[in-house]
Design a protein around this ligand. Structure first.
Ligand SMILES: Nc1ncnc2c1ncn2[C@@H]1O[C@H](COP(=O)(O)OP(=O)(O)OP(=O)(O)O)[C@@H](O)[C@H]1O
Ligand SMILES: [Mg+2]
Length: 511
């Protein structure tokens, strides 16, 4: 963040100073919610958690170098104190798990206000005394692919200047402002993932760190249960382009009609991306190699260039086009964009992470999360990998429940079961005892012809036992489910016998 005095911070967040001998002392370090990460000159954020209350760590944070604490009550050490006002933040998730009295919401609201103050200052045209360009905030939203695109964006923007992007998928009401506060005078780009569980959430996040470039990837069925309809999802995703300034840029997916239609909801310039011939930034001649990595020709007003992605799955083409559109807008040349896209590996864990075991089994760990669109994309990639070589390999899809689909849940699970059979996945292993899992299994059985296409196993242990007994050398195994299922245990079990040579070539960089 920009350096600020405690008095300025109190003004920005609407708080009062307690136990502060000198209000002019400056915060020069980072803002942290984990007292173990506090460094000299930092600001400690006291958040109530499910297990512990950050207020109890205030003294330790100051002892570790924090200048002060941002808190909901006086803590006996220098603090900016904000008063709990429940309902000021879209309170949804983990960040507020232990918030019984609204103090977490108050501290998060203060964090958001602080992030807003810092980002607005850094984004101002005269932010840099050395004449260098001001900070540009790039926001990414969509039902699937935000984190993947965020990682590609970080890679394509890096040649242009320093980039701050959240680790992994840290994009909730804590991760978003926390990441925004990592930008300082040396930062050229701040790349943020904006996700929503209901109307107004994206608008609120866009207020915290106002983007000048907004990317909308797709409108799918993720969180359909909470939203009720695809139209409601589209309405909310579009809040991102509504938040853009007139001199900003909206990057819209020409292949998704609900995203393309968002052009009418923004005063910003629009660049479309996709395979549609009308798209401004377009991909043609898409092929997949034997690891389902896409090779394609990228067409832009600047010319055409071949891109060979290192990330897996055809769905990454759209993500790459969006990243390219942003980089070109920011002044990158086409060759640099192509090189950066080709060199970009998956920087966030458990997303299409492809590894080979000592026995030659290829494991596709896409267990981070799942919704119908991402499962379809992953199944296609699985089949491509299995069938692309001269000798076809046996494909396994180990799938668990896709959460939060509301009334559509059973039908969506049934569809995935049927799709697995239609795509000719050799063995489908459905993990779980709930109705959705049974619907997926049943869909596969109904679509199949001899009844062996799908196996329903009750839990992760049973899945591992089955795979241990039946997976053979050269098989390809996809592992995917919603986060709550924790199916990565299966993938990690399989890859525990990873080949040393493959580990070197692995796309995994960890979160
Ligand atoms: N454009 C896309 N279309 C469909 N599926 C995609 C796309 N991009 C990535 N995926 C798949 O979707 C899943 C989630 O990817 P990613 O983490 O990038 O999305 P996300 O939007 O950040 O998800 P979340 O909302 O869970 O944070 C992965 O399985 C990934 O392979
Ligand atoms: Mg994400």
């Amino acid at each position: 963040m920009i350096e600020m005095t405690l008095r300025e911070i109190a003004d920005a967040v609407g708080g009062t100073l307690h136990d502060v001998p000198d209000p002019e002392v400056r915060v020069t370090g980072s803002v942290e919610f984990d007292s173990r990460r506090i460094g000299s000159g930092g600001l400690f954020l006291a958040l109530p958690g499910a297990r512990a209350d950050g207020h109890d760590f205030a003294a330790a944070a100051v002892a570790a170098g924090a200048v002060a604490v941002l808190a909901a009550r006086p803590v006996g050490v220098p603090a900016v104190v904000v008063t709990p006002k429940p309902g000021t933040v879209p309170a949804t998730s983990v960040a507020l798990a232990g918030d019984s009295d609204g103090s977490g919401a108050a501290v998060l609201a203060a964090l958001a206000a602080l992030a807003r103050a810092s980002v607005r200052r850094l984004s101002a045209a005269d932010a840099r005394s050395d004449g260098a360009p001001a900070l540009r905030v790039v926001g990414v939203t969509g039902s699937s692919g935000k984190t993947s695109t965020k990682d590609l964006l970080a890679a394509v923007l890096a040649p242009l200047g320093s980039v701050i992007a959240p680790p992994g998928s840290f994009n909730n009401e804590l991760g978003h402002p926390w990441t925004a506060l990592r930008a300082d005078e040396s930062t050229r780009f701040l790349v943020l993932e904006l996700s929503a569980r209901g109307p107004g959430h994206i608008a609120a996040l866009a207020e915290v760190a106002p983007p000048s470039i907004g990317v909308v990837l797709n409108v799918g069925t993720a969180h359909l249960g909470e939203f009720g309809s695809r139209e409601a999802i589209a309405q909310t995703k579009g809040e991102l382009v509504e938040a853009l300034p007139a001199d900003g840029l909206a990057v819209l997916n020409a292949d998704d009609p609900q995203v393309a239609a968002m052009a009418s909801r923004t005063s910003a310039r629009v660049v479309t991306v996709g395979q549609a011939t009308s798209a401004d930034i377009r991909a043609s001649d898409i092929r997949l190699d034997d690891r389902a990595r896409a090779i394609f020709t990228l067409h832009a007003p600047q010319g055409s260039v071949e891109v060979r992605l290192a990330v897996h799955g055809e769905h990454q083409v759209g993500n790459a086009l969006s990243a390219a559109a942003v980089a070109l807008e920011c002044g990158a040349d086409l060759a640099t964009v192509a090189a950066a896209l080709s060199g970009a590996t998956a920087a966030s864990a458990r997303r299409m992470d492809v590894r080979t075991t000592e026995d030659g089994v290829t494991v596709v760990n896409d267990s981070y999360n799942a919704n119908p669109d991402s499962v379809r994309a992953a199944l296609k990639a699985l089949v491509t990998m299995a069938k692309a070589g001269q000798t076809p390999r046996r494909s396994w899809a180990v799938l668990g429940e896709m959460a939060e689909l509301g009334e559509e849940s059973v039908i969506e699970h049934d569809r995935i079961g049927r799709l697995a059979v239609r795509l000719d996945v050799d063995r489908l292993v459905v993990v779980g005892t709930g109705r959705p899992s049974r619907a997926m299994h049943q869909g596969a059985v109904m679509e199949g012809s001899w009844g062996e296409e799908s196996i329903l196993v009750p839990d992760i242990g049973a899945a591992m036992a089955l795979l241990d007994a039946e997976v053979e050398s050269e098989d390809v195994v996809l592992v995917k489910a919603s986060q709550s299922v924790g199916l990565w245990e299966v993938a990690e079990h399989l890859t525990s016998r990873e080949r040393a040579d493959d580990r070197r070539g692995s796309t995994e960089a960890g979160q």
